[in-house]
Design a protein. Structure first.
Length: 324
């Protein structure tokens, strides 16, 4: 769902931003508005970002190789991190510079109706892009709130497009505010103020994106509810009596690595243990289909071994979740 929906949202955003970027640059050429220049660069940066995300999604689908035995799923995170850098430098810092220059050296707008008309049109196109991403994200986020969805999402495309489109809509309103006040008052400082506000907004969004994608690049575990499903699937209370400790790691948005030490019966033969491991792996894959790389180590349970495992899913001062 997240991959298909993310691609649909990216294509919608790319189509909208390319058209908007051209119209904003035309409006800047006729009016000299720094807000329009900043917004044009913003839309151009957004278009480049969407291309980066599409390229990252395509490259992440390459098959595993001996050099990269777990595949290229994390390449999507790398390209998403590049998006935050582009948004910060090309979009945010450029707009801050332009805003400062316009405040320091203001001038009246020529042909003010060009930027006003383009901004109204751009708000309509950005709203179309935003609601496309919104509809796809609603399917993907489940019952979680929007802030939690941005933090928890393992596929970067939809959260990135949502944040970009939200920033774009707010930026367009700020640009309309700056241009409108410049036309009403005849003071070009307001155009610079709108441009500066756009730059600061883009910098904040870029920092949020960088923080979230950095966490994904370092390596995030599965969500707690997914971990609980895996633990329940591993234990059958017969051949596998409990999970001693476990680690999970997202190799990509739709691929999960599971490594666990499981307790088996001391009297079982090697053949019975091997059969128990195979059955446990099959149960996990049925319960959590994205758990594609599973490594299970059989052992005889002891409290000391459980403590040595330093399980990150353990409750401080209490039992390990899923242990029976």
């Amino acid at each position: 769902m997240s991959t298909e929906g993310g691609t649909k949202a990216l294509v919608a955003a790319l189509t909208a931003n390319l058209g908007i970027a051209v119209s904003k640059f035309v409006a800047f050429a006729f009016s000299g508005s720094s807000s329009m220049l900043a917004e044009g660069v913003h839309s151009l940066a957004d278009s480049g970002n969407q291309v980066l995300l599409l390229v990252g999604g395509k490259r992440s689908q390459r098959v595993a190789t001996p050099e990269h035995p777990f595949g290229y799923g994390r390449e999507r995170y790398i390209y998403a991190f590049l998006v935050s850098i582009v948004l910060f430098s090309v979009g945010g810092m450029f707009a801050v510079y332009e805003g400062y220059e316009k405040i320091a050296h203001p001038h009246e707008l020529d042909n003010w109706y060009w930027p006003i008309g383009v901004l109204v049109m751009a708000i309509g196109l950005e709203a179309w892009s935003f609601f496309t991403a919104y509809r796809e994200a609603v399917k993907d986020k489940g019952t979680h709130g929007w802030a939690a969805y941005i933090r928890r999402a393992k596929a970067p495309e939809l959260p990135v497009v949502l944040l970009e489109d939200t920033g774009a809509l707010i930026g367009l309103v700020l640009a309309l505010f700056g241009v409108g006040l410049t036309v009403i008052t005849g003071n070009g400082v307001w155009d610079g103020v709108g441009t500066l506000a756009i730059g600061l907004l883009l910098i904040v969004i870029a920092l949020v994106l960088a923080s979230e994608t950095r966490s994904l690049l370092i390596g995030e575990s599965a969500h707690q509810e997914v971990v609980a499903e895996i633990r329940d699937a591993l234990v059958d209370h017969d051949s596998v009596t409990r999970v001693i400790h476990m680690r999970t790691l997202h190799l990509g948005p739709e691929e999960l690595l599971v490594a666990a030490k499981i307790a088996v019966n001391a009297e079982d033969t090697a053949a019975q243990v091997a059969q128990a491991i195979d059955a446990a792996e099959a149960r996990v894959r049925r319960a959590v289909p994205i758990a594609r790389a599973i490594y299970l180590e059989p052992d005889v349970y002891s409290a000391d071994k459980e403590a040595l495992g330093d399980d990150p899913y353990a409750t401080p001062g209490g039992p390990v979740p899923g242990a029976h």
